[in-house]
Each structure stands twice: as C-alpha cells, then as structure tokens.
Design a protein around this ligand. Structure first.
Ligand SMILES: [Fe+2]
Length: 389
C-alpha cells in the first residue's frame, strides 16, 4: 500500500451521503420513480458522453412515457454566449418543474444557470453576472458522468465571459436529487477520467488547507482524498469508479464550504487561454503550492489562519498519503501524474516563456487566491510558473 487511507473508506463515504442521493451501479433507475411527480421536464446532456455512457438508451425508453425536452451541449468551458443561445431556445417553455443534467461539471453548471434564468424569467443570461443573487425555483436532478468537479454538490457555477471566469453563487442551485451511478462512467475515455480525478483530488487537498475551511469541510475533504486514493489503488474496474465518483462528490461538498485556493485560481487562465484540461491545470501547480503553504511563516499568512493550524492540516494530508514530510508528499503528488502518464511541464501544453506573465496576471480570482492560507503575490506565481515551465 502506497497510501494510508481511512479504514473502510467507501462504506464510510456511503454512510455520509445525504438523503435523496442515490449511489449504486445502476442508480439511474431511480429516475423512473422520481419523474412520475413532474409534468414539464428538461434534460441537459453532454453530447459526446450521452450515448456511450448508456444514458441515451435509458432516456429513450423514458421519454416514450414522459414529456422530456432534450438539450444537448458540448464544450469544455462554458461561455456565457452559449448559455444565451440555449436560453433563447427554451425560455418560452411553460411551467418547467424538473430539470435533469447528465454530464460533467460543464453540463451541471449550464443547468444551474438555466434554472436561475428560467426561474426568474430573466431577459438575458448576462444578468446573472451582475452580482445579484437569484433563487432557483425548479427541482433539479444531477447525474454526473465524470468523477471530477463534484459540481452536483456545490452552490456555485463557473461561466466564462471574454475568457474571464465568473463564479455564480446561489444556495438554491443544489439539486433535489443526486444520482451517483458508476456504470455511467464506464465508457469515459481514460484521459478524461484521469484529468477529472485529479480535479477531485486537488479539490480535496486544497479544501483541507483552505483558509475558509471548517471542521465539516475538512471531514468531507478527508473522505474525498481517501476515496480518490482508494480508487488509485483499486484493481476492480467498478470499485475503482465507485471510489472516484464518491471522491469527486465529497470534494464538491468540501469546497462548497471551504472554496478552493490558489491552484484553482492559477488553473483558470491555463484552461481558458491554453486549453489545458481543468483537472490537469489544477494539479500541475499543486506540488509547488503545497511546499509554499507548508513553509509559510506567520508574516506570510492570511489573518484567519495560524501557522499551527496550517501544520495541523498538513499533518492530516501527510497521514492519508502515508508521507513522512512535505518532500515525501510532493514526490507522491508528482508520482500520481507520472503514473497517469500526464506531462508535468507547462511547455508540454504549448505554453511559451512569454505566456507566463499573462498567466500570472490572470491568476487572481477573488475568493480563491485570497482563500489560500499563504498570501500569494504575482511575483510568487511567476516564479512558480517558471519552475514548472
Ligand atoms: Fe475543480
């Protein structure tokens, strides 16, 4: 065993699931009962994953008996213009009472935003960017087909306008039903699965050290890290997917409270300017960020944390990774990238040296960079990007 995961991690994680969260191979079948209570139903789905994951056949049968309006989407980030086009198509549908999302973080975020715009009969999707909080009034059922963002468990949605990232917040965007069905992940290309599980692991780790964390979020983070590490060591294909799916879900629940930190903030320009998949973009800087945070002195840190707390939170991470110290932890993080055949240098993703300043410049997202336990300047980021260039 390379790691020291929590005893009976998966059983424990299942015990911590909330009511109306259905977890099992084949859990999508629960939708047959749920749907009986609704009359006007929208289904958002990922165009690429829908058929191979098995959901298309499932919904084919279901839509013979229930009125389901299907809205396909494909895209890695979510530009506001795309949401507007979809909204224009659906805004005249009356009395929508259930919206289902089948896909990864992008589809779930798209569904959240459309739920807000439809609920409030907004004239344009742009209105959600004004900072005003809108309430969603429609029941949501989220069915993730990746093991990454845990978006099904968060009250925020990420959208892009002019390549800039916006996080839309509304506590009412949490779904009434969550369906975690590992069978839907079986057809996921290995590359996508690997990138998304890195996101889940990074979210767990960042949540653990986040300045805004609580005992509750750190407990979810512990479950998330433990589940993903369990999945990495698991050899049975279904059990592996179960572990990753639970890991992603709990990483979502963890960051829903704590929010993410600087690795996520740096990842946004890496994704929007250079197309690096989100999970990889986040994980590339994680070993360096871990060192920076671990060695932070009292003068370097945010007002709401102490160096003792940071050390304590690292101790919990070391424990799960079976790492004796920070050097052992960073080595294990890099070993994970190597084991998944993921390149760890920015130049491998087409970045040029002259791209680093603009990346550093755009690495500050309010609520993410300032949620890192150590205060981070542009110079620190530029330095760090140079190290992994
Ligand atoms: Fe993420």
């Amino acid at each position: 065993m390379i790691y020291n995961v929590m005893k009976d991690t998966i059983k424990y994680a299942i015990g911590q699931l909330e009511e109306n969260t259905f977890f099992a191979p084949g859990a999508i079948e629960n939708l047959k009962e749920i749907i009986k209570n609704y009359n006007s139903i929208l289904l958002f789905y990922d165009k690429e994953a829908f058929k191979p994951c098995g959901a298309e056949a499932f919904f084919q049968t279901l839509s013979e008996r229930f009125p389901i309006r299907k809205i396909p989407y494909s895209g890695k980030a979510l530009p506001i213009e795309d949401i507007q086009k979809i909204y224009d198509d659906i805004k005249n549908i009356k009395n929508i009472d259930l919206i289902i999302a089948v896909g990864g973080g992008t589809i779930i975020d798209l569904t959240k935003i459309c739920a807000l715009t439809i609920s409030n009969e907004l004239a344009g999707v742009d209105e959600v960017l004004t900072g005003k909080t809108f309430d969603n009034k429609i029941d949501l059922a989220f069915i993730p087909t990746t093991a990454g963002t845990g978006s099904e468990a968060t009250t925020f949605a990420v959208v892009y306008k002019d390549k800039k990232k916006f996080s839309i917040l509304s506590p009412t965007m949490l779904p009434r039903y969550t369906i975690l069905d590992p069978h839907l992940l079986r057809s996921l290309p290995e590359k996508v699965l690997n990138a998304t599980l890195l996101d889940a692991l990074a979210q767990g780790i960042e949540s653990m050290w986040a300045a805004g964390g609580t005992d509750e979020s750190r407990e979810y983070a512990r479950i998330a890290i433990s589940s993903v590490l369990t999945g990495l060591e698991e050899t049975d294909a279904t059990k592996k997917l179960e572990a990753f799916l639970l890991g992603a879900h709990f990483s979502g629940r963890a960051i829903n409270i704590s929010k993410t930190t600087i690795s996520h903030a740096i990842s946004y320009p890496l994704t929007s300017y250079f197309g690096i998949p989100h999970g990889i973009a986040v994980f590339l800087t994680l070993p360096q960020i871990a060192r920076l945070n671990f060695f932070a002195e009292a003068a370097d840190i945010q007002a709401n944390v102490t160096t003792a707390q940071i050390k304590e939170r690292f101790a919990a991470i070391f424990e799960l990774f079976a790492a004796a110290d920070i050097t052992a932890l960073t080595k294990k993080l890099k070993d994970i990238l190597a084991a998944l055949h993921i390149k760890e240098k920015l130049r491998d993703y087409g970045l040029k040296k002259e791209d680093l300043p603009i990346t550093a410049e755009n690495s500050f997202t309010k609520g993410r960079s300032d949620n890192n336990p150590r205060k981070i300047s542009k110079e620190i980021i530029l330095n760090l990007l140079g190290e992994i260039y």
